[in-house]
Design a protein around this ligand. Structure first.
Ligand SMILES: NC(=O)c1ccc[n+]([C@@H]2O[C@H](COP(=O)([O-])OP(=O)(O)OC[C@H]3O[C@@H](n4cnc5c(N)ncnc54)[C@H](OP(=O)(O)O)[C@@H]3O)[C@@H](O)[C@H]2O)c1
Length: 222
């Protein structure tokens, strides 16, 4: 058993989610940013990989006071549970994502001193020997009441989740810029597929700001 998982990402017209410097780029317009905030507000948890934490230092909280208030009225915490997938407990102690209602998922190989320091700033969950066991993590999340999980990147975490068959839908906002660079991250990196590709069903397509929002449902493997 696992939550319903949606990968949400913004990418350039050429499929890049960042630059060769791996720093955050504004790809979305104002309407897409509102859509992302709304999706967060309707999710029980949001998740990123440690690469994204190191690159972008995201806070992963809801920006709109009205959406926070909506959650509170529904008897939920004002922000969804924030999760970082971080095998070696490399999350900087100054990271904006740390705080109440944050879970850092580490593996057994994470140094004890780093785990101890992080556990003073967030909840720590151990799963997997060398890398975080994503199946065990998602099962744990489901058991504690997380029914909907929004994954906000990055490229390697997206690949790992898709490879394990743990993704239900992919939402991509395609913005009107070209980034280029063969080492710039794309929506899905990792080692990639050479056969048995992931197949998708087109669920929705809509023009938004100066780009396009595409919603895909994951069908399976070829
Ligand atoms: N445009 C967008 O919407 C958007 C959104 C998010 C991020 N980004 C960009 O994406 C880039 C970061 O992507 P990224 O690929 O470098 O990093 P990432 O996917 O955020 O994190 C990858 C890291 O997660 C850790 N991890 C732990 N368990 C794992 C598992 N089972 N499978 C896979 N990874 C696991 C690994 O590090 P350990 O082995 O150390 O644990 C891995 O290197 C940045 O440039 C950021 O700006 C863009």
């Amino acid at each position: 058993m696992r939550p319903f998982v949606i990968i949400n990402s913004a990418m350039s017209a050429d499929g890049k989610i960042s630059t060769t410097l791996r720093k955050q780029v504004r790809i979305s317009g104002p309407n897409d940013l509102k859509r992302v905030d709304t999706l967060r507000a309707h999710s029980d948890a949001v998740m990123v990989g440690i690469g994204t934490v190191i690159a972008d230092d995201p806070k992963l909280t809801i920006k709109s006071d009205a959406l926070k208030a909506m959650r509170t009225r529904q008897g939920k915490p004002s922000d969804p549970l924030r999760i970082v997938v971080d095998s070696s407990a490399r999350t900087p102690l100054s990271a904006s994502v740390l705080g109440a209602h944050t879970l850092i998922a580490v593996s057994q190989k994470a140094p004890q001193h780093a785990v101890k320091a992080l556990s003073e700033k967030a909840e720590v969950f151990v799963a997997g020997e060398h890398v975080v066991d994503l199946v065990a993590l998602l099962s744990h999340l489901k058991q504690r009441g997380v029914d909907s999980l929004m994954v906000e990147g990055g490229a390697r975490l997206n690949f790992a989740l898709l490879d394990l068959g743990l993704v239900d839908e992919i939402y991509t906002y395609v913005g009107n810029i070209v980034i280029g660079g063969h080492t710039a991250p794309t929506l899905v990196d990792g080692v990639g597929f050479t056969a048995d590709f992931i197949t998708l069903d087109l669920k929705e397509l809509c023009r938004m700001d100066d780009g396009l929002l595409i919603k895909w449902r994951v069908k399976g493997r070829t």
